[in-house]
Design a protein around this ligand. Structure first.
Ligand code: HSE
Length: 301
């Protein structure tokens, strides 16, 4: 039986739309083993009731891609999914399913695909690389895609960087959160985001948290998504006032993530309260960046 641990991820990190992502210390587990016949999928944990148990399950879909590529046909398959990452909240739950399915199936078929192939497959299935690459390799990752190939560069998360996530009690599909985006943006807004993305990468590499407030600002997705997350601006303002270095939508939302190096408990509490003042119940968690990606924990055949 193969058991894979996959970290949650936060994508975009503000301005780095479809480009930047970071792994977090919150994990899903996926177990996979070959059986004599049939497909059995068990799901436990967050959102378990909503996860398909048939061939439409994304872990299975990802695994089948590996089986097809390697020409391996398991007689039957048992998959168990243990969800700790909230589903459809902007913390990379679908990326974790894709990555877990690929990594487990790759081990089951004799580890024939390398990291590069797994990354390209994962990005193709997910549609963008910013969650799947940090889920696979950990840390903070800058990814770029051309002709179906992903190139990435990993940055070690600064040791003092802590994150507070406020997870609203409603789901937001990435599909909907992408449909509200414009197909083109102005040159001014493009320059705004390019400058901040570059500044953010430099600030993280130099561990200069004083730049994060400006560097995590964005004009190409958050302004359009603000209406989908009631209280977003209020939570941003409250977290900054309480000492957060920067705050942004996590991925496509609705979770908001603050980057902090002090006052963590106070920041968590004001984020929860600010959401409540907007009529939204939210769960807050303090999470650290995770320097490593998906790990196969046990292989017992
Ligand atoms: N970059 C993606 C988005 C992340 O913001 O739509 C969500 O999967």
């Amino acid at each position: 039986m193969i058991r894979v641990q996959i970290p949650a991820t936060t994508a975009n990190m503000g301005p780095g739309f479809d480009t930047l992502g970071m792994a977090l210390k919150l994990f899903n587990f996926i177990e996979m083993e070959e059986t004599s016949a049939g497909l059995q999928i068990d799901v436990e944990g967050d959102g378990a009731e909503k996860i398909p148990r048939d061939s439409g399950n994304i872990v299975y879909v990802a695994a089948v891609r590996i089986f097809k590529l390697t020409g391996y046909e398991p007689k039957g398959l048992r998959i168990k999914i243990i969800n700790n990452i909230p589903v459809s909240r902007g913390l990379g739950s679908s990326a974790s399913a894709i990555v877990g399915g690929l990594v487990a199936a790759n081990i089951l078929t004799g580890n024939r695909l390398g990291e590069k192939e797994l990354i390209n497959l994962a990005a193709e299935i997910e549609g963008h690389p910013d969650n799947v690459v940090p889920a696979l390799v950990g840390g903070i990752v800058v990814s770029a895609q051309a002709d179906g190939e992903v190139k990435y560069s990993k940055i070690e998360p600064p040791a003092k960087l802590k994150c507070v996530v406020a997870i609203p009690d409603f789901i937001l599909s990435t599909k909907l959160a992408r449909e509200v985006l414009p197909q083109s943006v102005s040159l001014t807004d493009a320059v705004y985001n390019i400058s901040r993305t570059a500044l953010l990468v430099a600030a993280l590499m130099k561990q200069d948290f004083s730049l994060l407030g400006m560097a995590m600002d964005d004009r190409i997705h958050q302004p359009y998504r603000a209406n989908l997350v009631p209280g977003m601006k209020r939570v941003f303002a409250a977290a900054k006032l309480a000492g957060a270095r920067g705050i942004t939508l996590s991925g496509a939302g609705p979770t908001l993530i603050a980057f902090c190096d002090h006052n963590i408990d106070v920041i968590a509490s004001v984020m929860k309260d600010a959401f409540l003042q907007s009529g939204i119940k939210a769960k807050v968690m303090e999470l650290e960046p995770n320097p490593v990606g998906a790990v196969a924990l046990e292989v017992m055949k």
